[in-house]
Design a protein around this ligand. Structure first.
Ligand SMILES: *Cc1c(COP(=O)(O)O)cnc(C)c1O
Length: 453
């Protein structure tokens, strides 16, 4: 105890938590919510979130609720399970994706995760070695960029083009990529844009990525939530052209984001993600097993990367084995019933609600001169609208617009800056239709109060 007074209390934390990594979505929504006037007797209209599960119209299907009850009662799902997920659940996810693919995935291609978010963490952790860079869409879902920057890896942003229905600027992708680029990320159907990529555009994405020898990470968390003219196509359809990592979850289509069940799937019929590059010859030269090599590589990336290429698939397994907890066994036990038994009627009911909501949104926005919607949303739950602050007396940008809107009208809308677009707004239309009408009416009143005379 002699030294007790010499060292002061104080702890150094990892630098990653001090980075000025962009404001997170949750932090922005929290500060907007705090800005709401407690004396406003009207209900708050939340048009900023991505979780409609609180609204009666968006209640999940009975068969989905029953799946959990059946899983509990069976007593088969009280145990610890393998880290990649139980076989029936992995098989159910493979079969679910196989309905939309021209080749057949096996359960071994599927890894179950804690929501889609952990699937993102897994693949980025595996790929983001020091010196690498990754291509991300702007606007996009902020977690990709935040996680990349936290790991001191460079995020290179390519634009989605509003004048082209939010298609990827593929010239920018080619210009941004170099030999250290590991992957490009797409989100389809889009968050925050509500766009749906056509078959032809996905094919062009695949061809570009193939030319650049990068894989495509396809975030399909809003899969099949489409209600416009563009049919839903999975990126994995082009898995023979380019290796695709498909990410998804039950959070959005089944409206149970709190259940935390997602997946990472390798859609790679040519087995490119199974092959190793330089590492392969090294393992022959050193007479080591491929497992040994992967261990060495994963533990000492600063020495071996970028000249050492591990098998991607082995690294995914290694990463999950070391770091992850699998999704709750109970939820895994319910997955086959959820994916196989949900009735078409449930899916089409949700699609109909979203279609009507998107229409309301699009038409009401036209009545508000300071915001402008270039593209009517065709999928997901969001629309991006352009804000014109020059029409407003005392509002200079999207953040100020949203803060004042929250304070004066108790309406929450996400400032575009959070998703990478200054002076745009992201509006969620996945709310009760009456609340949507009310919310957009308040935005209109807000505009007329602040309009330049
Ligand atoms: C909601 C969302 C996620 C996260 O999904 P969870 O299953 O809730 O983890 C990932 N990507 C996008 C684009 C999302 O909107």
């Amino acid at each position: 105890m002699e030294n007790e007074s010499t060292k002061k209390w104080g702890f150094q934390v990892h630098q990653r938590f001090k980075t000025e990594s962009a404001i997170t979505l949750r932090a922005a929504l929290t500060s907007l919510t705090e800005n709401i006037d407690q004396n406003d007797s009207r209900p708050t209209i939340p048009l900023g979130h991505g979780d409609p599960s609180v609204f009666p119209s968006f209640r999940t299907a009975n068969v989905v609720e029953d799946a959990i009850i059946d899983a509990v009662r069976s007593t088969k799902f009280n145990c610890y399970v393998p880290f990649f997920g139980i076989l029936p659940a992995r098989r159910a996810v493979a079969d679910y994706l196989n309905r939309d693919l021209p080749y057949t995935l096996s359960p071994d291609d599927v890894y179950l995760t804690l929501g889609c978010k952990q699937a993102i963490t897994v693949i980025l952790s595996v790929l983001l070695r020091p010196g690498a860079n990754i291509l991300l869409p702007r606007p996009g879902w902020p977690y990709y960029e935040t996680f990349t920057r936290q790991n001191n890896v460079e995020a290179r942003l390519f634009d989605l083009l509003p004048e082209k229905g939010w298609e990827v600027d593929l010239d920018a992708v080619e210009a941004l990529a170099d030999k250290n680029t590991v992957a490009m990320v797409i989100i389809n159907p889009g968050n925050p844009c509500g766009n749906v990529f056509t078959y032809q555009h996905l094919q062009k994405i695949a061809e570009t990525a193939r030319k650049l020898r990068i894989m495509v990470i396809s975030d399909e968390v809003y899969d099949h939530l489409t209600f416009g003219n563009t049919p839903y196509v999975r990126m994995g359809v082009f898995g023979s052209t380019v290796p695709v990592i498909t990410l998804g979850s039950i959070s959005k289509r089944w409206i149970v984001p709190g259940w935390r069940l997602g997946w990472l799937v390798t859609c790679d019929p040519n087995g490119i993600l199974q092959k190793s590059g330089v590492g392969f010859s090294l393992h022959l030269a050193l007479n080591l097993s491929i497992d040994d090599i992967c261990h060495v590589c994963c533990r000492n990336p600063e020495i071996y990367a970028p000249n050492f290429t591990c098998q991607v698939v082995d690294s995914i397994k290694e990463y999950i084995n070391i770091t992850s907890n699998p999704a709750a066994t109970l939820i895994q036990g319910a997955v086959p019933q959820i994916l196989e038994k949900t009735e078409e009627a449930f899916y089409s009911k949700i699609i109909d609600i979203l279609r009507v909501a998107a229409d309301i949104c699009y038409n009401r926005i036209k009545e508000i001169p300071c915001i402008y919607c270039l593209n009517k949303p065709e999928g997901s739950m969001f629309v991006m609208v352009k804000l014109n602050p020059s029409l407003l007396e005392d509002i200079n940008d999207d953040m100020e617009f949203c803060l004042k809107l929250a304070k004066e009208e108790s309406v929450i809308v996400l400032p575009g800056i959070v998703v990478g677009m200054n002076n745009w707004l992201r509006i969620t239309f996945a709310v009760e239709p009456s609340a949507l009408e009310d919310g957009l009416g308040r935005i209109k009143a807000f505009y007329y109060r602040h309009a330049k005379k």
